[in-house]
Design a protein around this ligand. Structure first.
Ligand code: CA
Length: 486
């Protein structure tokens, strides 16, 4: 469903005006960012799940703030690029999904979340799925993280037979050898890395959540007397789903339920570690997801992973910081993972580079007062092809392109897209002559296209979308290419 898109000539540069530094709290703030893979909006208790039990996340929400309009993107790599850079993926030229055969990655010149806090001497660790380039110049250890432990991309992929660097003491499982690993790439068979080397192949996926948690707990304990940033992008609940023996078959809701309940356990372990270390009031903990539900539920939103309907991109998001973020509150204002970089910069007292345009904004005003006015009134929805699919301003959303899951080798998106078209039942939705207009306040499920009733609003949103897309195209930064960064 791609509509003709008329570009209007005329560029308006939107420079990032930093409001950093003012009002920085005296004590240093540790940051723990838990980033789940493919977790849908209604996959956890605080956002409506009833079948799985998530007591630790329920407590998290009761002690912190829920964000109900928190945006990511339709698929994996592009979402992580947004998170790491504070920019839309189109601005940093990141496609939807990177694969083991790719030789590109997040450009090492980008300033990441880890680079920001590093400027204030933070200890940093990335534990889990990186997915911003598995080749050496793009690994977390080259992007501001002191250390890395995890699988470099999605768990349904393979090893890079040619370029994987095995540690001298790499554990080969299931009859695998280094020679065999070089011979053939096998689906769902991925390397576990420490630093820049493979330490286990194939990774035992059933124990990843546990091992990531152990790693995070150990890191927090070892760094409790200094400022730290833990980035924990879980491998779950991307397929193939897995859970450790302790959780497998226990949720009564299939492997997805088991995996979610294990993630909830993991959150509980991390929270308990912070409490035990006396760090609750010095630590901001954030829990969110990289894209809409793949196998779970994105209710009440329409669509799932891979679409630019809300269900593909609107994520559950919790933030907790006792004494700073008011407990048991909900914020309905527009926010998203692009806002975390300017927010972290503000919190740690780092001024972001004025020459570098950011799309995100400092959302500390929302975190400290959920009823404060909007920080940004507009959100842009990009596709994996880095084209603009939709724009939201206030409650209005104009959608030009439904499917954004167009990375090579992706099948789910095509299926989702077809399902969306079939399920719409709305005659105007199949009209190829114009975009779809929804009011998300009165029609959160995006079921009624009201474009015909609001032609002036459609024109206004279209002009704004074109203006913004042109600005981004004219100020985009390159993706990292192997040859030029080595
Ligand atoms: Ca994902």
């Amino acid at each position: 469903m791609r509509f003709p898109f008329l570009f209007i000539v005329g560029l308006s540069l939107i420079p990032y005006s930093s409001s950093c530094l003012a009002g920085h709290p005296a004590a240093t703030t540790n940051i723990v960012l838990i980033f789940v893979d493919d977790l849908g909006y209604a996959d956890i208790g605080p956002f409506g799940a009833t079948k799985v039990k998530t007591p630790h996340l329920d407590k998290f929400a009761a002690e912190g703030m829920k964000f109900t309009s928190f945006y990511a993107t339709p698929v994996c790599s592009m979402s992580r690029a947004c998170l790491m850079t504070g920019c839309y993926n189109a601005r940093v030229s990141m496609p939807g999904v990177l694969f083991p055969g790719n030789n590109i990655g997040l450009h090492p010149d980008e300033i990441t979340l880890a680079d920001v806090v590093k400027q204030k001497g933070y200890s940093t660790i990335c534990i889990g799925k990186w997915h911003l380039g598995h080749r050496q110049p793009f690994l977390p250890t080259k992007q501001g993280f002191d250390s890395y432990f995890g699988i470099p991309y999605s768990n349904d992929m393979t090893i890079d037979t040619e370029h994987a660097q095995f540690a001298a003491d790499c554990v080969f499982r299931e009859g695998m050898t280094q020679e065999k690993a070089r011979e053939k790439a096998i689906r769902n068979t991925v390397p576990l890395m420490r630093g820049e080397e493979v330490v286990e192949y194939p990774a035992d996926q059933a124990t990843l959540t546990q091992r990531y948690t152990t790693e995070a707990v150990k890191f927090i304990r070892e760094h409790k007397t200094e400022p730290f940033f833990v980035y924990l992008p879980h491998t779950m609940v991307h397929v193939p789903l897995a859970a450790s023996e302790r959780f497998r078959g226990k949720s009564g809701n299939g492997l997805l339920g088991d995996a979610i309940e294990e993630l909830d356990w993991s959150v509980g372990e991390i929270m308990a570690t912070l409490t035990e270390a006396g760090l609750d009031e010095q630590t901001l903990v954030i829990f969110t997801s990289d894209n809409g539900a793949a196998t779970g539920s994105s209710a009440p939103w329409r669509g799932k992973k891979g679409t630019c309907f809300e269900g593909g991109v609107r994520e559950p998001c919790l933030m907790r910081w006792p004494g700073r973020i008011p407990a048991g509150t909900t914020c309905d204002q527009i926010a998203g993972n692009i806002d975390l970089l300017p927010t972290f910069a503000k919190l740690v007292g780092v001024e972001t580079d004025k020459d570098r345009i950011l799309d995100g904004r400092d959302i500390t005003p929302l975190m400290f007062d959920p009823l404060s006015g909007p920080v940004r009134d507009t959100h842009l929805y990009f596709t994996a092809r880095q084209s603009l699919a939709a724009i939201r301003q206030g409650d209005w959303k104009l959608l030009f392109e439904v499917s954004a899951n167009n990375a090579p080798g992706k099948k789910a998106g095509k299926k989702n897209n077809k399902k969306e078209k079939d399920a719409s039942g709305d005659k105007t939705n199949s009209d190829p002559t114009g975009p779809l207009l929804y009011n998300l306040a009165t029609d959160p499920a995006e079921s009624k296209n009201v474009a015909a009733e609001h032609p002036e609003l459609v024109t206004q949103l279209l002009e704004e979308a074109v203006r913004r897309e042109i600005e981004i195209r004219n100020h985009r930064r390159p993706v990292g290419q192997l040859g030029e960064t080595e």
